[in-house]
Ligand binder design. Structure first.
Ligand SMILES: NC(=O)c1ccc[n+]([C@@H]2O[C@H](COP(=O)([O-])OP(=O)(O)OC[C@H]3O[C@@H](n4cnc5c(N)ncnc54)[C@H](O)[C@@H]3O)[C@@H](O)[C@H]2O)c1
Length: 436
């Protein structure tokens, strides 16, 4: 099939490259000329494992193209995906749908022959109706069907997730659109991936329900961790003890400095707004958002406690800035409020991240960026692990001790065992476990 992917970001580029890899002819469109020029020059503008190769192979095979010409790509397409951003709207937290609606208007003007228009962006329930309406208003003669096909890929494992999804959700009542969606995802049908056909509004709400549930799971274990600390229990054992129950499951029970990233924070808040608009308050999710909000800055107090309460004039080394490993995405990373809180408490911050440092510079200021964990630790009174990049899992403690002002490790991802760290003469503070 001929596919136009509107929006060539984390979702659009991965989805476009994967559809091309399935054998479809894909044009990834973006209004960001720099991004398209980079891609045309063989350069992938984001960090996502395996993406460089996937883009290169499919570009070479002629199945994957990049363009700023939206009308050209749409006119030639059987299926047009909307994969533009839906950030939080400034002021009220509703999903900002202006990019989606602008894209819908531009798409409408260029439709040629029956076309399936698919919303892959995460959009509040009812957005598909609005997209349909915009297209109808702009082009009363157009033949099209609007489908909801929310994306569940995780940054850092995006290609694997796209090609081996737990499920594909397709919301449409149109038989031709359903056939087109089946054709688009044919390799996954053959692999027996679960495909759930449903109505459009249900598909839209499935995405928010999924993200809110996962955010709730993370927040739940974080609160249990706080209680475990107070009562002398071990949250790692608790997570295992409950996670082995199949009804609960072990995933998303990892404690940390609070969820962040480009999806959970904005999607939980957007769901609250949808609930309010429909007189159906989401009290559980309200609590999740509130608990998570205060957690990030609270992590700075944990650092202060490890150092006897006062951070004034002390140097703190921060390892990991992106919201999770294997991505360069800094959007809503917990490291941002944490670094600010450390600075507010009078600390000087040094930081290192394996791939996110350039992006981080736009989000945090007055920080000394270093080239590895050991240079970052120089002169520091505490080393704080914020993001659990693989390379931080086997740090050389003797080397760290030699350069640090004090041997203190604050591990906000519980990637070390307290006894192991203590054996190296470090004060060790983690989450939901007794201090060593
Ligand atoms: N990032 C994730 O892990 C993830 C996972 C699942 C779903 N989502 C959802 O997918 C959507 C996209 O997220 P993302 O992280 O890829 O965003 P992104 O910001 O990385 O990419 C969006 C791209 O769309 C482009 N764009 C905006 N308006 C356009 C227009 N009219 N024409 C052409 N290009 C246009 C922007 O220039 C940008 O490059 C969001 O709704 C998000 O919630 C994201």
């Amino acid at each position: 099939m001929r596919v136009a992917m509107i929006g060539t970001g984390y979702v659009g580029l991965v989805s476009g490259a994967c559809f091309a890899d399935f054998g479809h002819e894909v044009t990834c469109v973006d209004k960001d000329k720099g991004k398209i020029a980079a891609l045309e020059g063989g350069e992938v503008p984001i960090y996502e494992p395996g993406l460089n190769d996937l883009v290169a192979v499919n570009t070479r095979a002629g199945r994957l193209k990049f363009s700023t010409d939206l009308p050209g790509a749409v006119a030639a397409a059987d299926a047009v995906f909307i994969a533009v951003g839906t950030p939080s709207r400034r002021g009220d937290g509703h999903a900002d749908l202006s990019y989606v609606f602008d894209a819908a208007r531009e798409i409408a003007g260029a439709l040629d022959g029956f076309t399936v228009v698919i919303t892959k962006s995460t959009v509040p329930v009812g957005t598909g109706d609005e997209v349909e309406h915009i297209i109808r208003e702009t082009r009363p003669d157009a033949q099209y069907a609007v489908v909801s096909n929310p994306e569940f890929l995780r940054e850092g494992a995006a290609i694997q997730d796209f090609k081996h999804p737990d499920r594909i959700v397709v919301g449409t009542a149109d038989a031709t659109a359903r056939e087109a969606m089946t054709e688009l995802y044919r390799p996954l049908f053959l692999n027996r991936s679960a495909i759930l056909f449903t109505d459009r509004r249900t598909a839209e709400l499935i995405k928010y329900a999924a993200n809110a549930f996962l955010a709730t799971k993370i927040t739940f274990i974080n609160e249990i961790a706080d209680l475990a600390e107070k009562v002398g229990a071990d949250v790692q054992e608790i997570a295992r003890g409950i996670g082995l129950d199949n009804r609960i499951g072990s995933k998303f029970l990892h404690v940390g400095p609070g969820f962040g990233g480009s999806c959970f924070p904005k999607d939980t808040v957007a769901l609250l707004k949808t609930g309010q608009d429909h007189g159906s308050p989401m009290r559980i999710v309200e609590a999740v958002v509130a608990v998570n909000d205060v957690r990030k800055r609270a992590m700075a107090r944990k650092v202060a406690t490890a150092l006897g309460g006062d951070l004034r004039g002390k140097t703190i080394a921060v390892l990991g800035l992106t919201f999770k490993p294997n991505t360069d995405d800094m959007r809503d990373s917990p490291s941002i409020p944490l670094v600010t809180a450390l600075q507010d408490m009078g600390a000087k911050v040094r930081a290192f991240d394996p791939v996110g440092m350039e992006q981080a510079k736009a989000f945090i200021g007055d920080v000394t960026f270093c080239h590895d964990a050991y240079s970052c630790a120089e002169g520091a009174s505490a080393l704080v692990i914020v993001t659990e990049w693989e390379q931080f899992r086997a740090l050389d403690f003797e080397r760290l001790k030699a350069v640090m002002a004090r041997p203190v490790l604050v591990d906000l991802r519980n990637i070390y065992l307290p006894d192991d760290v203590a054996r190296h003469g470090f004060v060790y503070e983690s989450i939901g476990r007794a201090q060593k």
